[in-house]
Write a protein that binds this ligand. Structure first.
Ligand code: ATP
Length: 326
């Protein structure tokens, strides 16, 4: 453990349900093990500007059930520059913070890796993103809750789809990853999922129309992963209107509703376990690692692996969806 006396904690990038449970776990575990804890507000931005407060156990009371992040989060352009990171380092020195726990997605963990290496600071990361797109961990904090939110919405959309015999394209988040789309399609009984991992294959829309509508079903729900590359659900709906005008098509973009809400039991437990493990990792002298979970066991994944490697989608899930949507 060496010289670590005070641990700083921040949340960065997109907020995810369960981040508060992670903040609570890191804070309480750190104090339990004899460290001081400082909460850094608004991610790396607050580290640069010095928006920092010392945390006692009661600062994290009553937050395990809350969505969002009490530390707030931000995207900091300045932290991406050497000058910005130097300011952040100076703040750490001034505040007497010796180590950092960063909760966020791949961008945030990339920032932690660069910062940790540049200034020789022990940094560990927790995977906090609804996208589940970090390599080396089976799941991320917020993913389960987001998926539950999606299926609740799709269940409601299905009522209308069935009543009107409509084809619905429901767009979900995930950036360049199809985990949310594919698994929520299975969980909501949707007819198909259009995911980025498959976009290089044969035209997914054509395949689905040919396969899906030769059945007796008159209504259909297709979950589409958002994608800046091809325009997402709107794009597919336009295509159906032009190429298959016989279908009554509608689009629902779920948007930020997917990020909010009380974290599920799964995410609370995951965040609590990973938070405790982050402090244990620092006590063991670990640095530059993301704390992940594989086969229900805590693992340390080097930042470089977690963010650089593409997490593969389990292709057997595509088959499950295909088989069950006949
Ligand atoms: P989500 O997956 O939920 O969007 P994220 O952590 O990937 O979360 P980003 O916006 O990619 O979100 O990154 C958050 C912040 O991390 C950035 O605003 C920036 O401050 C920092 N960051 C990202 N990439 C780098 C980098 N290459 N160097 C330094 N800092 C970085």
């Amino acid at each position: 453990m060496g010289t670590i006396k005070c641990i700083g904690i921040l949340t960065s990038g997109g907020d995810a349900p369960g981040m508060n449970a992670a903040i609570r776990a890191v804070t309480r575990s750190a104090i339990y093990n004899g460290f001081r804890v400082k909460g850094i507000y608004r991610g790396y931005e607050g580290l640069i500007t010095g928006e920092i407060k010392e945390f006692q156990t009661q600062n994290v009371s009553n937050i395990i059930q809350q969505g969002g992040t009490i530390l707030k989060t931000a995207r900091s352009k300045e932290f991406e520059t050497p000058e910005g990171r130097k300011k952040a380092f100076e703040t750490m020195q001034k505040e007497g913070i010796d180590a950092l726990v960063v909760i966020g997605g791949d961008g945030s963990l990339t920032g932690a890796r660069i910062f940790g290496e540049e200034f020789n600071i022990p940094c560990v990361g927790l995977p906090g993103t609804i996208d589940n797109d970090l390599f080396g961990t089976d799941t991320t904090i917020g993913y389960d809750t987001a998926m539950n939110t999606i299926i609740e919405c799709v269940d409601k959309i299905r009522d209308t789809a069935t009543s009107h015999d409509r084809l619905f394209f429901v767009e979900v988040m995930g950036r360049d990853a199809g985990f949310l789309a594919l698994n929520s399609a299975i969980a909501s009984g949707a007819e198909a999922a259009i995911i980025p991992e498959d976009r290089t294959d044969a035209d997914q829309l054509e395949e689905f129309i040919n396969r899906g509508f030769r059945k007796t079903k008159k209504s259909s729900i297709v979950i589409v992963a958002e994608s800046p590359k091809d325009g997402g659900a709107m794009h597919y709906a336009e295509r159906v209107k032009n190429e298959y005008p016989q279908y009554d098509v509608r689009v629902t973009i779920l948007g930020h509703i997917q990020r909010g809400g009380r974290p599920s039991a799964h995410d609370r437990i995951l965040a609590s376990r990973l938070g405790c493990a982050a402090i244990e990792a620092l006590m063991e002298g670990q640095r530059n690692v993301m704390i992940g979970i594989q086969n229900d066991k805590i693992v340390y994944v080097p930042f470089t692996k977690a963010v650089k490697n593409d997490k593969p989608i389990d292709r057997s899930l595509i088959r499950v969806l295909d088989e069950l949507s006949i």
